[in-house]
Design a protein around this ligand. Structure first.
Ligand code: SF4
Length: 209
């Protein structure tokens, strides 16, 4: 079974899409966007290296407290083979238990995905309810939708063949917010869309994911 490297996983997030969500941060991103909120996820070393099936089992265990999944990073699509298998088994087995759907953030634009030499990237798109594309552009930072900057676009899919996306447009037009969780090893995890520089949190000794 393929391996996937993740930075961290969180349950019951309310700021990474509608409902209560499992959030998976993958480890590894080569895009190096200026102002990226998660530079710890850039290296493709560190984090947790596990089989796709192990991650699937973790997701399954967390489902009783959650209604959707958000996969972000890092850039999940830089591990496209593993991501494809993960989404494939989630689609095949858990779709009805995810009424708030599957969201993926990627630094690739849709055009880059469609024209990429690895055709597997394009096969990932129909496996998610919502794909948010493009690199973070610090000069285009926004605060009223579920995306860090206004160049990033929303691509909605109907993946459960019921006529419309399970994530309607109005649910991504939100006031961005942050939430704070107890993390592993007594660390505090902050997620969402902070309007202050990450240095603010670092200076206070807070771990940020
Ligand atoms: S694509 Fe995302 S994770 Fe990667 S550098 Fe840009 S903002 Fe950061």
């Amino acid at each position: 079974m393929a391996k996937i490297r993740i930075h961290s996983i969180l349950s019951e997030s309310k700021v990474n899409g509608p409902g209560s969500r499992i959030v998976i941060w993958t480890q590894g991103c080569s895009k190096a966007c200026k102002g990226c909120f998660n530079p710890e996820t850039w290296t493709d070393e560190g984090g947790l290296n596990m089989s796709v099936y192990e991650l699937y089992q973790m997701v399954k265990t967390l489902l009783s407290h959650n209604t959707g999944i958000t996969i972000t990073g890092g850039d999940p699509m830089e591990q496209c083979e593993s991501l494809y298998y993960l989404l494939r088994i989630i689609n095949d087995n858990l779709l009805d238990q995810l009424p708030d759907g599957i969201i993926i953030f990627t630094g690739y634009t849709m055009e880059e995905i469609e024209n990429h030499e690895d055709k597997l990237l394009a096969h990932i798109v129909p496996l998610v309810d919502l794909l948010i594309d493009g690199r973070y552009e610090e000069s285009l930072k926004n605060n009223n939708v579920l995306a860090g900057s206004s160049n990033q676009r929303f691509h909605f899919n109907c993946i459960n063949n019921r006529g419309e996306s399970r994530i309607p447009r109005h649910l991504v037009e939100i006031d961005q917010s942050v939430e704070i969780h107890d993390g592993p090893q007594n660390l505090i995890q902050i997620t969402g869309f902070p309007n202050v520089d990450r240095k603010f949190f670092k200076d206070k000794g807070l771990d940020i994911v």
